[in-house]
Design a binder for this molecule. Structure first.
Ligand code: PMP
Length: 448
């Protein structure tokens, strides 16, 4: 058979064909079983084949799957917005704008932030600031905000230079400082960038509360986002939290930002919202940001044909109910701390595991040249080796980046939040086996 189906990113590579999946396991057509150690792309947060979600899908499909949002609203979409506000808002009221992917959610957030300032008569505020080692999506607006060198480089002429701020990367602090005496030196660079560029040109600052694809669960220290929020407020800049990966329980709190005492003006959700059962994402906008738009033009200038389709909305609603009913947020916190301990034990056995980090069930492993803190050189393609060997050994792990975005190797371990304690050992021993295999077959020392 001539392959014509484009599977990103490796056109030359052979991929197994999936047969079915249940719970934390995925099976291919050769009958091979895989532990889903990363929920696909940190997405299948409930695990696979959950009957309640399938039922909700059938029920909604039997009523209506699609209506266009400028012609109809639907009970499913209204209820979803109400539930998101209840679960996330607290004292802040958030309005929900539904889209279909994380990239659309962050790009919509960017556009709403710019529109907010326009409606307030500040038309010059149309830049966004972001951090290096960040990922906010693949469309050009979202990529403009992403500090992900490898994904940007081909398109640089088309991109805005929004990344201006260093990431909170305590393991490799560029200032050689440690927390708390560092006093959030890296966050202060946001203020320096604002002063350099001019607050009158800047609409918002966007950040992933815990950095995913570009940093393997880089977790800022206590107080960091309080500091960031104060800087944003001082300079009249909106704060956008990209919770596409961290949102809805993944890190052991409902929102990743809940680990800090800070609130975002706009939130992007994706991945876990549909939990892989349907494409759906959302931009949540706090009341004070919606207010001038509602009183001004009255139209949010964004949206897609499939935005707010009732089928996806019903699925997301069922996902939120399932998270509540099965206490998955608390579970992610409890099970996540067990997994963290197990990974730290693994670190003692391999001299090339440099750092274990993250929160809840979003944990990162950064690899280093053995017995050093030196980044794995890019030419070793080490992340790729780990991901491939793990998959051959029946374990799915998520490739990430670390180091300086060029050199460096890292993965994310993020199983479904429904994983049972007993299944953690299965996951960790498959990982350990893959690591032993790598150690035996890849002579890392002197390979540089
Ligand atoms: N933001 C973050 C934090 C992400 O992790 C991702 C996806 N990895 C995106 C945005 C883009 O989401 P999508 O791939 O659904 O467009």
């Amino acid at each position: 058979m001539v392959p014509t189906y484009l599977i990103k990113p490796h056109l030359q590579r052979h991929y197994p064909t999936v047969q079915y999946a249940k719970g934390i396991y995925v099976y291919d057509t050769n009958g091979k079983k895989y532990v889903d150690g990363c929920s696909g792309a940190v997405t299948a947060n409930l695990g696979h084949g959950v009957p309640e979600i399938i039922e909700a899908m059938k029920e909604q499909a039997n009523k209506v799957s699609f209506v266009y949002r400028s012609q109809f609203t639907s009970e499913a979409a209204e209820k979803l917005a109400e539930t998101l506000n209840e679960r996330i808002g607290g004292e802040t009221r958030y309005w929900t704008f539904l889209v279909n992917s994380g990239s659309e959610a962050t790009e919509t957030a960017m556009k709403i932030a710019i529109q907010y300032w326009q409606e307030k008569g500040k038309k010059g505020k149309n830049k966004i600031l972001s951090r290096w080692l960040s990922y906010h999506g693949i469309t050009l607006g979202a990529l403009s905000m992403s500090g992900h060198t490898a994904r940007r480089e081909r398109f640089v002429p088309l991109l805005e230079d929004f990344p201006n701020v260093p990431p909170p990367y305590c393991y490799r602090c560029p200032y050689q400082l440690t927390w708390p005496s560092c006093q959030w030196r890296c966050a202060d660079e946001l203020e320096e960038a604002i002063i350099r560029i001019g607050a009158e040109h800047i609409a918002a600052f966007i950040a992933e509360p815990i950095i995913g694809a570009a940093g393997a669960a880089l977790t800022p220290p206590e107080g960091y986002y309080e500091h960031i929020q104060a800087i944003c407020r001082r300079h009249e800049i909106l704060f956008i939290a990209d919770e596409v990966m961290t949102g809805l329980g993944r890190t052991g709190k409902m929102m990743g930002l809940d680990h800090w005492q800070a609130k975002a003006d706009i939130i992007a959700l994706g991945k876990g919202l549909g939990a892989g059962y349907t494409p759906i994402a959302a931009t949540l906008v706090s009341e004070h940001v919606i207010e001038p738009i509602r009183n001004g033009s009255g139209v949010v200038m964004s949206g897609h044909t499939l935005s707010a389709n009732p089928l996806s909305a019903a699925v997301a609603l069922a996902v939120l109910q399932y998270i509540d009913q099965h206490r998955l947020v608390q579970k992610a916190e409890e099970i996540g701390s067990d997994l963290f301990t197990k990974l730290c034990r693994l670190q003692q056995k391999f001299s090339w595991i440099g750092d274990i980090r993250g929160k809840g069930l979003m944990l990162g492993i950064e690899f280093t040249v053995p017995d050093t803190k030196t980044m794995m050189p890019n030419k070793w393609a080490f992340t790729d080796i780990v991901v491939t060997k793990a998959q051959e050994n029946g374990l799915l792990v998520y490739p990430s980046a670390a180091g300086n975005g060029k050199d460096g190797a890292a993965i994310i371990i993020a199983p479904p939040l429904t994983i049972e304690r007993a299944q953690l050992d299965e996951l960790v021993s498959l990982l350990e086996e893959a690591f032993h295999h790598i150690e035996k077959h890849f002579p890392m020392k002197g390979n540089g």
